[in-house]
Design a protein around this ligand. Structure first.
Ligand SMILES: Nc1nc2c(ncn2[C@@H]2O[C@H](COP(=O)(O)OP(=O)(O)OP(=O)(O)O)[C@@H](O)[C@H]2O)c(=O)[nH]1
Ligand SMILES: [Mg+2]
Length: 342
């Protein structure tokens, strides 16, 4: 099946085609780039909500409830991307999530997908937004992204949504951990889940205090208490998400998305340069250069200059990508030519 045929089927509601499309994107390589080019041109970005927090905080349970809330509100197509960072904590997360969200197994309007780290350039931080785009192209107006907020990349993935929900549990340690992980900065809404356990209101106060100290601009993240297992507080959580959405409004969403796109382009470019550098720094030529420095026949700057000459004319490094179709302004102004002659 051709790439455009596959995309057409996915857009037409063929879930098998959609799953295949997502797998191909996830695998990376030339086909992924060609598909990615189609996907990015095929539709706009859907509304996105990130749900993040420590392992076992209740993210999947809440995500499941939020899917129900969105469906009840009349959202026609809702997708869930459960990111499995293959961290030491996430053993069995994929199976667990599937089982937990079984309530939607028979609902045609709900699509659930797990994603693991792939070898693709830029990693999850690039792969997840691409999957979100693909889901948008396939007609999903709302995508919920569940991520374990334990590492920098995971926090970045979670924060790369229109609205980011940070889930903590009762206990002072949890909010401190969340703060340490950088979750305070990305949170638009806080949830104290497992509020059936002691200490929920204390944790809520702790969070409020941290928010008091922090400089939040025009939106103060509300703190909501929930009991994921019985659905208590979920209505309030959904309302908080919606009200953040309203707060963002049209233009704020646009500027958030523009910032994200800028970060993505930079991340892909940085990963590509890093990759080129890795290969330049692995050959015999590199050893020769290093020897020159060791023997005092060149300084590190001269050696680096010679090394970098190898990537001065960097292009054609994404097989399948179509740089010729990018906007004229996107051309890097002939910098490589300048470097080559200087
Ligand atoms: N007591 C109590 N247990 C809960 C609550 N919400 C979720 N749980 C339980 O906590 C456990 C973890 O819930 P999950 O929803 O899988 O948590 P998660 O954050 O998705 O976990 P990972 O994806 O593995 O990081 C499950 O056994 C849930 O039943 C709650 O409000 N109260
Ligand atoms: Mg989970």
């Amino acid at each position: 099946m051709s790439d455009s045929e596959l995309l057409e089927r996915a857009r037409g509601g063929d879930r098998v085609a959609l799953a295949r499309l997502l797998s191909l994107l996830e695998n990376g390589g030339g086909r992924a780039r060609a598909l990615g080019a189609l996907v990015y041109r095929a539709g706009s970005e859907p509304d996105t909500v990130g749900i993040t927090g420590a392992p076992g905080a209740g993210k999947s349970t809440l995500t499941d409830r939020l899917v129900s809330a969105a469906r009840e509100e009349g959202r026609r197509e809702v997708a869930v991307v459960a990111v499995d960072p293959t961290s030491p904590f996430s053993g069995g997360a994929i199976l667990g999530d599937r089982v937990r969200m079984q309530g939607h197994a028979l609902d045609d309007g709900v699509f659930i997908r797990s994603m693991a780290t792939r070898g693709q350039l830029g990693g999850l931080a690039v792969a997840v937004p691409e999957a979100i785009r693909a889901l948008g192209a396939a007609g999903f107006g709302l995508v919920l992204v569940e991520t374990v907020g334990v590492g920098q990349v995971e926090v970045e993935v979670a924060g790369a949504t229109d609205t980011t929900v940070v889930v903590v549990n009762p206990g002072w340690g949890d909010s401190v951990q969340a703060a340490k992980a950088g979750l305070l900065e990305v949170a638009d809404v806080f949830v104290v889940n497992k509020a059936d356990r002691p200490g929920a209101s204390a944790t809520r106060r702790d969070l409020e205090q941290m928010l008091d100290m922090g400089a939040h601009r025009d939106w103060r993240p509300p703190v909501v208490e929930t009991v994921g297992v019985d659905g208590k507080g979920v209505e309030e959580l959904w309302a908080a998400i919606i009200s953040h959405r309203h707060h963002l409004g049209g233009s704020a969403v646009e500027s958030r998305r523009a910032e994200r796109a800028a970060r993505l382009v930079r991340r892909v470019a940085a990963a590509a340069i890093e990759r080129e550098l890795d290969s330049l720094c692995s050959g015999p030529g590199y050893e020769d250069l290093v020897r020159l420095v060791v023997e005092g026949r060149a300084d590190p700057f001269e050696a680096a200059e010679q090394l970098l000459a190898g990537i001065a004319g960097i292009s054609g490094i994404f097989p399948g990508a179509r740089p010729s179709q990018a906007a004229p302004g996107a051309q890097p102004g002939g910098t490589s030519a300048t470097n080559a002659t200087s």
